[in-house]
Design a protein around this ligand. Sequence first.
Ligand code: ADP
Ligand code: MG
Length: 279
Amino acid sequence: MNSSTPAKSLAKPISTAGKQLRVVRPEADNESGHSEQTHSTAPQSFSRESMVHARAVTKSYRRHKTSVAVLKGVDFSAEQGKMTAIVGQSGSGKSTLLHLLGTLDRPDSGEIHFANQRIDNLPARKRDAFRNHQLGMIFQFYHLLPELTLLENVIAPAMIGQSILSYFRNRSSIMKRAKELAELVGLSHRLHHKPSQLSGGEMQRTAIARALITDPKLLLADEPTGNLDQESGQSILQLLRNLNQESGLTIVMVTHDENIAMQCDALVRLKGGKVERLK
Ligand code: ADP
Ligand code: MG
């Protein structure tokens, strides 16, 4: 990378509660592929407003000697700037679909597109760079690193893909951004706490701040309120809603809480290996 390039301020600020938080992204190594654009291979049916789009996706898992078909031709689209919920019974394939959208796994057939880029067939390095730069992910059990403080957990993704040299060069802007995000999620008084010293709601807030450190365009959330009491769950949902409405973050959220699902802009159900649109 160009060693003299300073940390970059992205034009779009995240505004919160009356104040503007400027998104600062540490300069990525060129080799991370962030600036590389794969030429458009979007199918005809791809909507201009789609942020992520799955077409005719199938996925099976082998169990013992049999193959279990989980997704049997899924068409799914999440609009840019919207909050989309995916519901369905336990085992219906919600996490499987989310993992495919997040390039954590590959479909057996079908295609997945992100904006105008096909992402299901990216080579490993481009796929990892894509995921690190464009996507944020949060999970039911937070997946925080127990030995790290809140602040260290939040900055961790910003260190991935950077040389030690470039990390140290960008360290102060990363730290500043991590503190802004901790404030955004209401945890600036917990910066040096470890996950074991945080409540479930606070751990999920930390995970949200961590997911935002790379300024993703799309947040994928797998049952983010599934391990929380109703009040904490609702306040996490409100936080996600604010991020969506105030900064335009596109969110796809798996939930089996109907009350939460109904508060989203769009709602689909996975059933029998297919997606049906409910809202
Ligand atoms: P949901 O999130 O809707 O509860 P999942 O997507 O986790 O469902 O799982 C769908 C089905 O696929 C389940 O029957 C599950 O046991 C199976 N499954 C999920 N991941 C794997 C895997 N890595 N290997 C084998 N089977 C799996
Ligand atoms: Mg699941």
